[in-house]
Design a protein around this ligand. Structure first.
Ligand code: DCP
Ligand code: MG
Length: 356
């Protein structure tokens, strides 16, 4: 007997929460991210609502570029604690519908509803109910995909957004997946996409016709996974266990940095960015690690493990600075800095994390 998997993804999540809190933003292009400073701002877009996306604004784009594309937009700084709180509330609504769930980021969750519904049609009805309940209670919309496995469910939730519902039954998998661009498959980023383009492979159907052996020759074990995905195969279970091993952030400076104070300030900002999630999600860590990349792309990591678990913010900050210190005395410019905690212990509450 096959499975019925649901993937729920909130629409323009940070922006939707801001719209809910500020009715005056409704209907206008809204960009959540760094301060644009009339186009001189550094930093990036976290997300944009669908109206701003019509101007070409996208997540991770430099905020200065967003400003050029959409100077009339409303620009707001992110309010992480509000998003984490909203996410927790929404996720606890969703988790009522199946005890087999797997939350994969602040705004995405899988539910295995195989034992809860009789068929895909009934799963669709359940999805409509979940969409409405989230909208009524939390005033934000989500899109839902339903499929026989996690891969198809995730692709389906992305298929029609916002407030979409896409159901892909066992017999529809090939028809659904074949025309999609290979880039949609998990793990295929811009580099792999380029290599495949060089091989004249742009759609999933084209990928599915390549011999698995040639994919393995080029991409190693991931080649085998690519082959499976191209056929819509994904046996992985919906399970929370062992999912998240570390939490952290990293940032690439717009211009390489030679002053330790700027690197330290960046560490403070990175830690602020994820520590809130550690507290709200009741997580403790044992290890703090840093990653540093110099202007010539040489990259180093250093870690320190404690005897005890903690969730203390000062410990993350101080340890990260201590670990970075020895790299800053040698007068080289820094391109990227990252901070991460691992050796995690989860408390009673569920996790709401986003790995960036
Ligand atoms: N996010 C971020 N930086 C990114 C991508 C995302 O800070 N590069 C944050 C902001 C998003 C949230 O994570 O609101 C969820 O990410 P999604 O990729 O699901 O994007 P959205 O929910 O904003 O939009 P969509 O409607 O496409 O899901
Ligand atoms: Mg989303």
């Amino acid at each position: 007997m096959g499975r019925i998997i649901m993937h729920i993804d909130l629409d323009a999540f940070y922006a939707s929460v801001e719209e809910r809190e500020h009715s005056e933003y409704k209907g206008k292009p809204l960009i959540v991210g760094a301060d644009p400073q009339e186009g001189r701002g550094r930093g990036v877009v976290a997300t944009a609502n669908y109206s701003a996306r019509e101007f070409g604004v996208r997540s991770a784009m430099p905020i200065s570029r967003a400003w050029k594309l959409c100077p009339q937009g409303i620009y707001v700084r992110p309010n992480f604690s509000l998003y984490v709180k909203t996410s927790h509330e929404i996720m606890s609504i969703v988790k009522k519908y199946s005890n087999k769930f797997e939350q994969i980021s602040i705004d995405e969750i899988f539910l295995d509803v195989t034992d809860k519904v009789s068929d895909f049609e009934a799963a669709g009805k359940l999805a409509e109910r979940i969409k409405k309940e989230i909208l009524n209670k939390e005033k934000v919309t989500c899109s839902i995909g339903i499929g026989p496995n996690k891969l198809i469910a995730k692709l389906a939730s992305d298929y029609k957004k916002p407030y979409g519902l896409t159901i892909v039954g066992f017999d529809d998998v090939k028809r659904f997946i074949d025309p999609l661009p290979v880039r949609k498959l998990i793990g295929i980023g811009p580099k792999t996409e380029d290599v495949l383009k060089g091989m004249k492979i742009e759609t999933v159907e084209q990928l599915s016709k390549v011999e698995v052996k040639s994919l393995i020759d080029i991409f190693g074990v991931f080649g085998y996974r690519m082959h499976e995905m191209s056929l819509g195969i994904d046996e992985s279970e919906v399970t929370e266990e062992g999912e998240i091993k570390s939490i952290g952030r990293e940032t690439t400076f717009e211009e390489d940095v030679g002053t330790p104070e700027i690197v330290f300030a960046a560490i403070d900002e990175l830690v602020d960015g994820f520590h809130e999630e550690i507290i709200t999600s009741n997580i403790q860590f044992k290890t703090v690690s840093i990653k540093i990349r110099f202007e010539n792309f040489e990259t180093h990591t250093r870690a320190k493990t404690f005897e005890f678990h903690t969730s203390d913010k000062e410990i993350v900050r101080d340890t990260a600075k201590e670990l970075v210190q020895s790299f800053l005395n040698i007068g080289r410019r820094v391109r990227l800095i990252g901070v991460r905690v691992s050796g995690l212990k989860f408390g009673e509450k569920q996790k709401t994390l986003r790995e960036v």
